[in-house]
Design a protein around this ligand. Structure first.
Ligand SMILES: Nc1ncnc2c1ncn2[C@@H]1O[C@H](COP(=O)(O)OP(=O)(O)O)[C@@H](O)[C@H]1O
Ligand SMILES: [Mg+2]
Length: 269
């Protein structure tokens, strides 16, 4: 089966500075892959390069095939049909995805309408409203009707992230790219959002590229992990192997730090 995302020798430069260097990996349809590494290691740039969303001052080289289409060097208008459909992104800060001046229901409704247009389906307002309420309940938002009628600032951070996930789902993407989707949330809400993502990707057999600086968070959600350090891949493999026998000193330090944290909290016996 062809990979859904196939990255070969991706580099990202800012002037003469190399921020991501020679990164190669792929994600098969339905596969769940974690991208981990400390802050500044190039995780977000790799994700943005994957869907052609790098800012103009950055230059990508190498090859990124997303659903068979070359992203590196592509014109923005050629990428628009891929975004949301081949891959949808959930960011750390849900307000990045949400328009502050539009009620939640209308924003999710816009995504439903766009997807229907792409599929050449005609949808009336009633059908869109029904879809929006359905999506809001699929992301386990309480009282979808009330949430649909709310402005982004009127709901909590966790609810905003759920709404952003509903928008992503409305596009029916083959892959979800989640860039530190729980980092901005409190610990209890983090756990709930993780559980939701876990459930949604499995139910829909979506591929997942899950980005985090937090090893245990990734470990529970993905099959395979890729470890980035200073813009380079230092290790990759099945999650259980990387966790139990990390081979690179950097990964060993990440695992040791996670263990020390768990022990301090006495989560593990
Ligand atoms: N637009 C930019 N111009 C210059 N440097 C950037 C830009 N965006 C990110 N960087 C730098 O690239 C490196 C990787 O960034 P990023 O991918 O956001 O890291 P991560 O997501 O792993 O925390 C960091 O050192 C960051 O400061
Ligand atoms: Mg980042």
């Amino acid at each position: 089966m062809n990979p859904l995302l196939d990255i070969q020798e991706l580099s990202v430069q800012s002037g003469t500075k190399t921020l991501v260097s020679n990164v190669s990996f792929s994600v098969a349809p339905g596969e769940r892959v974690g991208l981990i590494g400390e802050s500044g290691s190039g995780k977000s740039l790799t994700a943005l390069a994957a869907i052609g969303l790098l800012s103009d001052e950055l230059k990508a080289s190498g090859s990124v095939l997303l659903d068979g289409k070359q992203v590196v060097g592509a014109r923005d208008r050629d990428l628009v049909p891929l975004r949301g459909t081949a891959a949808a992104v959930i960011f750390q800060e849900p307000l990045t995805a949400l328009d502050p001046l539009m009620k939640i229901g209308n924003q999710v409704g816009e995504a439903v309408r766009r997807r229907a247009k792409r599929d050449n389906r005609s949808v009336d307002t009633k059908a869109i409203t029904a879809d929006v309420l359905d999506l809001l309940s699929q992301v386990a938002l309480p009282n979808p009707q009330r949430i649909a009628n709310s402005w982004p600032h009127e709901i909590s951070g966790g609810q905003r992230q759920r709404a952003a996930i509903a928008m992503a789902l409305a596009c029916k993407p083959k892959m979800l790219i989640a860039d530190e989707p729980t980092t901005a949330l409190d610990v209890t809400t983090q756990a709930e959002i993780l559980k939701l993502l876990h459930q949604l990707v499995r139910e829909r057999n979506m591929a997942l590229l899950f980005i985090s600086h937090d090893l245990p968070v990734v470990a529970s959600t993905v099959d395979r992990v890729i470890v980035l350090q200073q813009g380079q891949i230092v290790e990759q493999g099945p999650v259980a192997t990387v966790f139990s026998q990390p081979s690179h000193p950097y990964t060993q330090s990440l695992v040791a730090a996670a263990r020390a944290f768990d022990n301090a909290l006495e989560i593990r016996p």
